[in-house]
Design a protein around this ligand. Sequence first.
Ligand SMILES: C[S@@+](CC[C@H](N)C(=O)[O-])C[C@H]1O[C@@H](n2cnc3c(N)ncnc32)[C@H](O)[C@@H]1O
Length: 294
Amino acid sequence: MNKKIATADSQALPPEVRPGQSIGLLKELHILTRDGKLNQDSRRKLKQVYHLFQFIEKLLLELPASDTGPTLADHGAGKSYLGFIIYDLFFKAPPHGIGQGTIYGIETRSELVESSKALAQRLGFERMRFLNVSVAESTQSSELPEQIDVVTALHACDTATDDAIDFGLQKKAKYMVLVPCCQAELARALNQNKAFNLRRTPLAELWRHPLHTREVGSQLTNVLRCLYLESQGYAVTVTELVGWEHSMKNELILAKYTGQKKRSAAERLQALLKEFGLEIQLTHRYPALDQAPA
Ligand SMILES: C[S@@+](CC[C@H](N)C(=O)[O-])C[C@H]1O[C@@H](n2cnc3c(N)ncnc32)[C@H](O)[C@@H]1O
């Protein structure tokens, strides 16, 4: 049952807290102290969360109106603080004309899924669902609808971002909001053939030193992800998640479905795989490439 939740209207609170925001949630996320104060650290944390929310809110407002409201799947949800904040600021009381919608959190760590379920219940956030499955498994889960409007993956580990892209493609997502995390798969593949590639091409100097292998691996992974999305009909913007400057992983990839599959992007992707000697190890990451672009 829905409990009566204290919101920002009901107490004297720091000006950063928005009207209607759940005080209970902000305390659970340790943004507000028990006595409703913001310290320096949490003020910065709140600023960061608002910054990311502002990107996502714009996308939610662009969605066509529907009775059921928007659907959003957050992959590698962790403690689900992103999902909770989006629910609190948008889904709880969506703007007029937008149906209520549902947020799905996907997370492999069962204790995090259980604690998110319990928190959603305490807060009365009834249209939040949490699934204890991997991103890859969630694509086939009967607990998720056939179509999902917005896919988010914030620092989902390693290839979970690739699985989130695959999920988004299969669920015909209108938007994907990806902040990739550490990336090991491609760097591992570069390492495997290093000696051969150093003889084959001067380009291999880019990943000769282990530190460069990691950096180039990470950069190339995201470049290939962007090309893949473009080849599948998405317009892609890459920007910095400002406010996350303390984190090395602050690249924000925003993909919007336009339906215009770019043949040139598919060709470039394949050319890069060939140039970097990655065709054998990495082609499986881009299964939809086999279907010729329109
Ligand atoms: C670095 S945390 C990020 C959590 C949250 N998105 C955030 O930004 O606070 C990554 C989370 O992804 C989860 N994870 C990693 N691989 C996953 C996978 N393949 N499927 C689902 N969850 C995964 C981990 O258990 C962890 O909770």
